[in-house]
Write a protein that binds this ligand. Sequence first.
Ligand SMILES: Nc1nc2c(ncn2[C@@H]2O[C@H](COP(=O)(O)OP(=O)(O)OP(=O)(O)O)[C@@H](O)[C@H]2O)c(=O)[nH]1
Ligand SMILES: [Mg+2]
Length: 224
Amino acid sequence: MTVTHRHDHRAIAKHDPHIPNGSTLRLGIGGPVGSGKTMLVRRIIELLGTEFSIGVVTNDIYTKEDADFLTKLNILDRDRIIGVETGGCPHSAIRDDVSMNLGAISDLTSRFDDLDLVIIESGGDNLTAMFSPDLADKTIYVIDVAQGDKIPRKGGPGLSFSDLLIVNKINLAPLVGANTQVMLSDAALIRDDRPTFLADLADQIGLVQITNWVRTEILNNKVQ
Ligand SMILES: Nc1nc2c(ncn2[C@@H]2O[C@H](COP(=O)(O)OP(=O)(O)OP(=O)(O)O)[C@@H](O)[C@H]2O)c(=O)[nH]1
Ligand SMILES: [Mg+2]
């Protein structure tokens, strides 16, 4: 029996003609329902959309709500945004059978051959969700304070192994009795050196750190 190493899958995916070439960073954004994933996509487009060529794939279970929302904002050419209706468990479409998402990325790359970044927003999911390395090169996991400052202690692959963890809606922390410093220290315990940033994406707090991180990942991906 041939045992294929996890990273070999990614190498194979990168050489598939339907997958963007190595200079396109595929960035997966996951996290629970309503934590601010689409708001993060919006901010990345607003801040990096003139510097880089960006495409977006959103996942919703029954609609194309997030793709429609981003399209209506008029911050990115509508042809650069594709909504996928997963029709089932959101984690399945980003982890188990990623074919719908790979198809959407393939559509984007056939429309635009210069993509620096493809963002894949997962449907809102539970703490067990995680992107397949066949689909995403790097991942951001978004949680918010309103779910309680216990969330980082509850763990899960997104919280532990995402390349960047964002604790969003920090302006709401006093209203819901969440201690963001506890969230940061609990996250640090399970994340080794992987960073965790605090943000309020709606009020544009914490955006410099996030933008710098995404820009660095796009540029690092090009020199690999
Ligand atoms: N106060 C506050 N509200 C926010 C922030 N970020 C997002 N929201 C609001 O929270 C709600 C959910 O935000 P979305 O960006 O749609 O969250 P999502 O994770 O994409 O949601 P799903 O895709 O449905 O799982 C919206 O009403 C946003 O306006 C924030 O930083 N602060
Ligand atoms: Mg969303």
